[in-house]
Design a protein around this ligand. Structure first.
Ligand code: NDP
Ligand code: HSE
Length: 439
């Protein structure tokens, strides 16, 4: 049997402790199947005395993650601390410099610094494995980097944030508030240390940047992505979508657009009968459209076990094979993604307006839509109060909620129509606009 693969893990939280437990639980099968033991020999975290619910006897402890990263008695440095900069970045750089392979679940780090880190790793002949950084337990990195190499990929899209999907699902199914659902997601270990990364769409953007790099050979670059989160989605929107035959999902979409790649993250209405509409709770889904194969992978998107599964898979790869180029293309060949303007986006739109209840309002709204050549597929007006007016009881002074569904148009036209409606003073608050994907 080959000598053991010696693992040093920095970060023993939801994911790190999960990896220690999984490696212990699966050690015999892993040794049999990889031909060597995969052993945790050293760890680092902030608080040495915290109960981690995993066996660390005989494992060396480092107060300083940097010292662990440089330790000559490890083969692989596993970074499970988090954050795009600070100690996580410094430790990964130090590990590469020391000639160690790296495994990480840190999408923020790789989205912001992936090109530089990949260049450093490839120059040193070491790998950076990051299956756990995208869509939790779904093996989408390996799928794009290896299994689909024969394809020219046109589009990668999906539900990439477990916390947001969990929140949207529970709000819709149980009528719970955004805040209580987020609180639950945090308690379950799904959310980022700073959950604004989840709910404001940045975590999805980080993952999309990595998927785009793997699929299209572009540099990961969060700045190239149009990002909107789910904070503005209300129970009224979820109910209206339901009545109209849709579900609202936070989608990340990366698609070829000429020489550039269109990259966008935003709440999206998808027809209820689409498989992605059925993906609920913390589950993620990633759809890949290749010229030979189109497929969708569905699985748990966050949580200790799901993410540990991806990290352990990476470690088993590192135990048996030399790593490939980090993003599947040599880092020097990665090109900028470009940034097609969201104003040119074409599709259907859901527009919810708090219309002032007086004669001429409907006519003004219809006129401004027509002026922008926007055809309306449906117009829905309910009496005040939930389902489409919010959670409160009716009041004669409240504006009347109006929901419009447009046929395919451009973002630019929608924004111009809304600006004109606002100037007319026929709506009482900023409108809600959600892009629609349909057959
Ligand atoms: P946690 O907050 O649960 O754990 C973070 C760990 O890092 C803690 O053990 C903490 O130590 C340790 N840590 C913090 N600062 C330092 C430091 N300076 N030196 C050494 N250790 C330090 O985070 P998660 O496990 O949830 O996430 C870890 C990474 O995995 C992040 O990049 C996250 O984005 C990613 N990820 C998380 C998923 C999830 O479902 N949770 C899913 C996919 C990816 P201590 O315990 O002593 O405070
Ligand atoms: N906070 C992330 C999520 C963890 O909810 O999807 C998994 O990357």
């Amino acid at each position: 049997m080959a000598p053991p693969l010696r693992i040093g893990i920095a970060g023993l939280g939801t994911v790190g402790a999960g990896v220690v437990r999984m490696l212990a639980r699966r050690k015999d099968d892993i040794a049999t199947r990889t031909g060597r033991k995969v052993e945790v020999v050293a760890v680092s975290a902030r608080d040495r005395n915290r109960n981690r619910d995993c066996d660390l006897s005989g494992v060396r402890w480092f107060d300083d993650a940097l010292a662990l990263a440089r330790d000559p008695d490890i083969d692989v440095f596993v970074e499970l601390i988090g954050g795009s900069d600070g100690i996580a970045k410094a430790a990964v750089e130090a590990a590469i410099e020391a000639g160690h392979d790296v495994a990480t679940a840190n999408k923020a780090l790789l989205a912001h610094h992936g090109v530089a880190l990949a260049r450093a790793a490839e120059a040193k002949g070491v790998g950076i494995a990051f299956e756990a950084a995208v869509a939790g337990g779904i093996p989408i990195v390996k799928t794009l980097r290896e299994a689909l190499l024969g394809n020219r990929v046109e589009r990668v899209s999906g539900i990439l944030n477990g916390t947001c999907n969990y929140i949207l699902t529970r709000m819709k199914d149980e009528g719970l508030s955004f805040e209580s659902c987020l609180d639950q997601a945090q308690q379950l270990g799904y959310a980022e240390a700073d959950p604004t990364f989840d709910v404001d769409g940045f975590d999805t953007a980080h993952k999309l940047a990595l998927l785009a790099s793997l699929a299209f050979g572009v540099q990961p670059d969060p700045e190239a992505i149009h990002v909107e989160g789910i904070r503005s989605i209300t129970l009224a929107d979820l109910d209206a979508a339901d009545e109209l035959g849709y579900r609202i999902k936070l989608l990340g979409v990366a698609a070829r657009s000429g020489e550039a790649v269109e990259l966008r993250v935003h709440p999206t209405m998808v027809p209820k009968h689409w498989p992605i509409a059925q993906v609920s709770g913390v589950t993620n889904a990633v759809a890949v459209d290749g010229d030979a194969v189109a497929l969708t992978l569905v699985g748990p998107g966050a949580g200790g076990d799901a993410t540990a599964s991806a990290v352990v898979g990476d470690l088993c790869d590192l135990a048996t094979a030399r790593p490939r180029a980090v993003f599947g293309w040599p880092a020097v060949n990665l090109r900028p993604a470009g940034k097609p303007a969201i104003q040119r986006h074409e599709g259907g739109y859901y527009i919810r307006l708090a219309a002032v209840d007086r004669p001429g309002t409907a006519a003004a709204i219809a006129r401004h839509m027509a002026e922008q050549n926007i055809s309306l597929e449906s117009i829905m007006q309910h009496r005040r109060g939930r389902p489409h007016g919010g959670d409160r009881a009716d009041s004669a002074e409240d504006p009347a909620p109006v929901v419009l569904i447009t046929y395919a148009t451009t973002e630019d036209a929608v924004r111009r129509a809304i600006a004109a409606i606002e100037i007319d003073g026929v709506i009482a608050s900023p409108p809600q606009v959600i892009r629609i994907e349909k057959d």
